[in-house]
Design a protein around this ligand. Structure first.
Ligand code: NAD
Ligand code: IPM
Ligand code: MN
Length: 368
């Protein structure tokens, strides 16, 4: 049988830096755990624009649709800010999500014990935190029509449209309820049904899916603005949060700080299962290309490495190996190894991106 296939799209800024460490981890699993992958690399974002004049070449799109999973670093950066909207680096990522139909974006926020002191919130608020944000990823205001900048009278108007069909809400709600059953059995759905029709429909459909097919799962509804407040007031009240594309983007960055750093948050973007029962999937850190620290060896590679752990679990049925990798990261943090974003404690010297990779590989070796 051939090895499972991975397409690596490292992207821009710190993307290639953190992905270098992920590639070392992938090699480790190949040599030490007999879990080899066929890895192919390609360009996305600004890097693809520089070579092809487009942030995602059609050939790359075709490869992404064929492989078992895609790993992505990050896209974007100031060099590309002035480009025409249609070729901005971010359009490459959005095309991947849309054409792979990755409607369910899992963004887990877990607070490792060793970092509980480091969060910007008080330790007892975040210690032991383990929540999962399920963000709808292929619709809503990111994709709704009409959109654009138009002339209207003697001025211009910028338009984006929040749009959700019942089936789009239904399928992401199901993925949240399925996940909840394997966790704390609780879902909180967030929208703004008080001011948006799409929010009213969202609430109705989520409730109907629950009542019809998941009566065993506890469901609550919350306005997204209150949800943002509750996430920093008492985040442990949540198990699974399901929300739309834009609210999910914002709420997940907010949840990142509960874990100590945006450099800690992985994600899995999943579509419907293929014929072999495996979902189409793309794994990427929640953070961006971090232009302020790019090229300095300062980036924390953990979010990207944890994204590979999610790939092991959700695409390759290797939950034990994913747990091995997560435990190695937990051990390294418990030993006090920190990249610069995780500092704050007196007397701790930061390690570089590579130094963090070295420590994680050593902890993996020690796990054998
Ligand atoms: P960002 O996530 O790149 O950075 C926000 C802050 O967090 C910065 O101070 C950065 O240094 C820090 N940070 C992020 N990741 C880190 C890591 N791994 N280690 C240490 N520190 C880290 O967000 P931004 O600055 O708003 O956006 C920069 C660019 O990235 C933009 O072009 C944006 O569109 C893009 N972006 C891409 C993605 C993606 O590819 N998925 C996600 C978010 C933003
Ligand atoms: C994210 C990013 C993306 C988004 C951008 C880069 C397209 O912020 O993945 O969180 O807005 O979805
Ligand atoms: Mn974001």
């Amino acid at each position: 049988m051939s090895n499972p296939s991975l397409l690596i799209l490292a992207g821009d800024g710190i993307g290639p830096e953190v992905m270098t460490e992920v590639k070392r981890v992938i090699e480790w699993f190949g040599t030490k755990r007999d879990l080899a992958f066929d890895v192919e690399e390609d360009l996305v974002g600004g890097a693809a624009y520089d070579k092809h004049g487009t942030p995602l070449h059609d050939d790359t799109m075709a490869k992404a649709l064929k492989v078992d999973a895609v790993l992505l670093g990050a896209v974007g950066g100031p060099k590309y800010d002035a480009l025409d909207f249609s070729v901005k680096p971010e359009r490459g990522l959005l095309r991947l999500r849309k054409e792979m139909d990755l409607f369910s974006n899992l963004r887990p926020a877990q607070c490792f014990d060793a970092l509980a002191d480091f969060s910007s919130l008080k330790k007892d608020i975040v210690a032991g935190l383990d929540i999962m944000i399920v963000r709808e990823l292929t619709s809503g205001v990111y994709f709704g029509e009409p959109r654009g900048i138009f002339e209207e009278g003697n001025e211009r108007v910028g338009i984006n449209t929040q749009r959700y069909t019942e089936s789009e809400i239904d399928r992401v709600a199901r993925s949240a309820f399925e996940l909840a059953r394997r966790r704390g059995n609780k879902v909180c759905s967030m929208e703004k049904a008080n001011v948006m029709e799409s929010g009213i429909l969202w609430r109705e459909v989520v409730q109907k899916v629950r009542d019809t097919d998941y009566p065993d799962v506890e469901l609550s509804h919350m306005y997204a603005d209150n949800g943002a407040m509750q996430l920093v007031r008492a985040p442990k009240q949540f198990d699974v949060i399901v929300t739309d594309n834009l609210f999910g983007d914002i709420l997940s960055d907010c949840a990142a700080m509960l874990t100590g750093s945006l450099g800690m948050l992985p994600s899995a973007s999943l579509g419907a299962p293929n014929a072999d029962g495996r979902p189409k999937a793309l794994y990427e850190p929640v953070h961006g290309s971090a232009p302020d620290i790019a090229g300095q060896g300062k980036a924390n590679p953990i979010a990207c490495i944890l994204s590979f752990a999610m790939a092991l679990r959700y695409s390759f049925d290797q939950g034990d190996e994913a747990a091995r990798l997560e435990a190695a990261i937990e051990k390294v943090l418990a030993d006090g190894v920190r990249t610069a974003d995780l500092l704050g404690e007196e007397g701790v010297t930061p390690v570089s991106t590579t130094g963090m990779g070295d420590a994680i590989l050593a902890a993996l070796d020690a796990s054998l």
